[in-house]
Design a protein. Structure first.
Lengths: 316, 178
């Protein structure tokens, strides 16, 4: 049996199948904690977790905060727009200051791809990537995969379709790494301009035909279209997007019965999917939120434990 | 490393049966009684105890499973097994007479963690402790109410409990280091 030995969680690209399964299995045990009357265990008592978010985020930050608190860790939230980051402090300097405060885990979100990796190399304390640029958002993918496995009993052999802005999506990238490592086959579907040519190197099928992408799929993961960040002329008109790619009841009727519909949130109703689908029987969107806590508890616990063992010289 | 068998299958069965009788005797029956086994081998022992109690009293008693990894006093130590497992107690602990079951009682730290964990699930009327082996060397003021066998050991030695359900055979071995 394997033990977790990494002090950081940076992306699913860097994990083996066994490591991913270990996180999922650990999360399964942690899920029970949130169903107790006293929703707290002392596992990380006396540890400090710092949420360092350079991009706006509500659900991921709160999910990490709830997860850390259910493990009895102390949580500090740093909003970079009101901190010395505005005075020009670099990411590494901020990280070293957090380390000097004797924090144990930094949970970082940054708009630059590779930011978490860079921070993890510079610090001895644990770094958890909460989303870096277009690179990875590992805990989102882990909670998506956890939810899928819970619903369908397995990942190997599943057909999973990811729809949306594949080119700019760290959620898509992390999901592709995780799902393919666990033996699922992945199809990505997006308007041509949002479908990078090199995506097929990641062992996925790519298409711009949504009905083709949904046919035979066991699950569809619908990404958020970030129209509010529309610096990019490549984004099609919203209504046009809904017509061509929106997940509607009619489209689901043509897909496999029981197809699972996921979305990382927040949903744009009437753009990525219809309200009927978002609230319908196929949707597991709110279960994803619940599972996110268990998955993040597992990640925080495993990285903190590994760091403790590294400190004691038990592992390198 | 030399290993000596100190209990065989029959001896283990007799110990468990005796403890079942003692639990019933001490609690004057099985009203309000429940068993909680500590992962991993305590779970199998709890199941066997509840089977034996059923043979004697002809009634089922609730039986739960406790994983104490998250209640360890040393995070790095919380790795005797690679995986944190589920705690499964699907009955109300409040006002029950609870018997905690484990395979080996040694430093007492596992039991300390188990008591903390149980505290989060409710308030039993009483908690008693049943173990198959008490090997001494306590680091905390904890003692067992029901003991299969007391085995004086040195802290250099290791006690291995093997159970059919987990290891394929029933035996207790003592292994001297070097």
């Amino acid at each position: 049996m394997m033990f977790w030995s990494k002090k950081d969680l940076l992306g699913l690209e860097y994990l083996t199948q066994e490591e991913i399964l270990l996180i999922l299995d650990t999360a399964e045990s942690f899920k029970e904690v949130s169903s107790r009357e006293i929703k707290k265990v002392p596992a990380l008592r006396g540890k400090t977790a710092v949420n360092l978010f350079y991009e706006p985020s509500t659900r991921t930050r709160i999910s990490f905060e709830v997860a850390a608190k259910r493990l009895s860790a102390d949580v500090i939230n740093i909003a970079t727009d009101t901190s010395s980051v505005r005075k020009g402090e670099t990411l590494i300097d901020t990280g070293k200051n957090i380390q000097a405060l004797k924090a144990d885990i930094v949970i970082v979100r940054h708009s630059c791809s590779g930011a978490a990796n860079m921070l993890a190399r510079a610090l001895d304390i644990s770094v958890v990537n909460a989303g870096d640029g277009w690179h990875e958002h590992p805990t989102q993918a882990l909670l998506d995969i956890f939810t899928l496995r819970e619903k369908l009993g397995k990942i190997a052999g599943l057909k999973v379709t990811i729809v949306g802005d594949i080119a700019h999506s760290r959620v898509a990238r992390s999901n592709i790494w995780g799902l393919t490592k666990l033996g699922a086959s992945v199809t990505v579907c997006a308007p041509e301009l949002l479908l990078p040519a090199e995506i097929e190197k990641m062992k996925v099928k790519a298409t711009s035909d949504i009905d083709k992408a949904l046919k035979d799929a066991d699950a569809v993961n619908v990404l958020r279209m970030q129209f509010e960040r529309d610096e990019n002329a490549a984004f099609p008109e919203q209504l046009d997007y809904y017509k061509k790619f929106g997940i509607t009841e009619e489209r689901l009727d043509r897909a496999q019965k029981g197809i699972i519909v996921m979305h990382p949130g927040p949903i744009n109703r009437g753009i990525e999917m219809s309200s009927g689908v978002a609230d319908g029987d196929n949707s597991v969107i709110l279960e994803q939120v619940t599972n996110g806590i268990a998955v993040r508890m597992a990640v925080l616990f495993l990285v903190a434990q590994a760091r403790e063992k590294i400190k004691n010289g038990d592992i390198d | 490393m030399k290993k000596v068998k100190i209990l065989d299958k029959e001896a283990i069965n007799r110990s468990i049966m005796r403890i079942a009788h003692e639990i019933i005797e001490k609690n004057k029956g099985i009203a309000e009684l429940c068993l909680v086994g500590i992962r991993n081998r305590g779970v199998h022992l709890a199941k066997r105890l509840s089977d034996n109690i059923k043979k004697i009293e002809n009634k089922d008693i609730p039986c739960g499973t406790l994983d104490i990894t998250l209640y360890r006093d040393d995070l790095a130590m919380a790795s005797g097994q690679p995986l944190v497992r589920k705690t499964e107690i699907d009955f109300d602990l409040n006002d029950r007479k609870l018997v905690l079951v484990d395979d080996v009682l040694y430093t007492g730290r596992t039991i300390r963690a188990a008591l903390d964990a149980l505290n989060d699930f409710g308030r039993p009327k009483s908690i008693q402790l049943a173990v198959l082996i008490d090997r001494g060397h306590r680091e905390l003021p904890i003692r067992a109410d029901f003991v299969g066998k007391n085995i004086p050991t040195s802290s250099q030695e290791a006690v291995e409990v093997h159970l059919e359900e987990a290891d394929g055979s029933d035996e207790v071995l003592i292994a001297g280091k070097e």
